[in-house]
Design a protein around this ligand. Structure first.
Ligand SMILES: [Zn+2]
Length: 291
């Protein structure tokens, strides 16, 4: 807790909380099928009517508050993209639930209802100043939903480091995109239990490869802190300083073309004390490098 207590007072002076408007249901169609949106809405309505938890996937449920939470999460990403594009904010972090990177066009899975980061990418690409978006995903699980959504799309590069084997089982090095999207997906599956320097080194090297052929003008991070050493769902060993290195690298290595236009999204993270420490480290680093 020491680091958290040291860090938060500093952050309060530099981080401006923004209360975002919830997204509207039609906004979700930028990424998701009407069938998927309707299924999630029906399940949420059923939860609201019965006061029960409703299952929408083997390991994904909704509660009476899920519909509003999901639209607020998507809206948070939209607001961050808007404020960074307008120059009102130097960067953004969306501390949202539910997470999003497992949600595909047509399916809720892995605690994810709608793909927050993919929707933000589409929203950014709707701006004339944005033509190439990098999504860097260091959640311990593979962001299969984000990969699927942009698999044939060369305007979005999806770069993921994740544990293998682990849920959801996708994310092999051979998955590199399809059609005009071929070469715009890069996966780094890693064994669990390695020293954290190996994960950090692999991520930095992989990012260099990505940026060797792709010049993003906007950057999104799927910041999953279940890659932390104490997380109950993953076997990675990252600590506060490691997340600071990853954060700094994403901002600095893309600065030449993205000019610090970076918005980060909370994905996984299931040890709450550790999650707090690592988010504080991530935010402190964003504050320090986005100047
Ligand atoms: Zn995860």
């Amino acid at each position: 807790m020491g680091a958290l207590e040291r860090t938060l007072p500093d952050l309060h002076e530099d981080v401006l909380p923004i209360l975002a408007e919830p997204a509207l249901e039609p906004d979700l169609e930028m990424v998701h099928t009407r069938n998927h949106i309707g299924r999630v809405r029906s399940a949420c309505e059923q939860a609201l009517e019965t006061g029960q938890i409703i299952k929408v996937d083997d390991d994904t449920v909704v509660s009476p508050g899920s519909w509003n939470a999901a639209l607020a999460a998507v809206g948070c990403g939209f607001a961050a993209v808007r404020d960074v594009l307008s120059g009102r904010q130097l960067g953004g972090f969306c501390p949202i639930r539910p997470p999003g990177h497992h949600a595909t066009q047509d399916r809720a899975m892995g605690f994810c209802l709608f793909n927050n980061v993919a929707l933000a990418a589409r929203r950014a690409l709707a701006n004339p100043s944005v033509s190439r978006v990098l999504i860097a995903d260091w959640d311990v699980h593979h962001g299969n939903g984000t990969q699927d959504i942009f698999y044939e799309d060369p305007s979005v590069f999806f770069f993921s480091m994740h544990q293998s084997p682990l849920y959801p089982g996708t994310g092999a090095v051979t998955e590199t995109g399809r059609g005009s999207g071929e070469g715009f997906t890069r996966n780094l599956p890693m064994a669990p239990g390695l020293p954290s320097s190996q994960y950090v080194g692999a991520f930095l090297e992989g990012l260099d490869h990505v940026l060797n052929g792709f010049e993003p003008d906007f950057v999104l991070i799927s910041a999953g802190f279940d890659a932390g050493i104490e997380d109950p769902l993953g076997g990675f060993t990252l600590e506060q300083d490691d997340f600071a290195i990853l954060t700094r690298a994403v901002v600095e290595k893309t600065r030449a073309t993205a000019n610090g236009r970076v918005v980060s999204f909370l994905e996984g993270g299931y040890n709450s004390a550790e999650l707090g420490r690592n988010v504080a480290s991530h935010l402190t680093t964003l504050r320090d490098v986005l100047v």
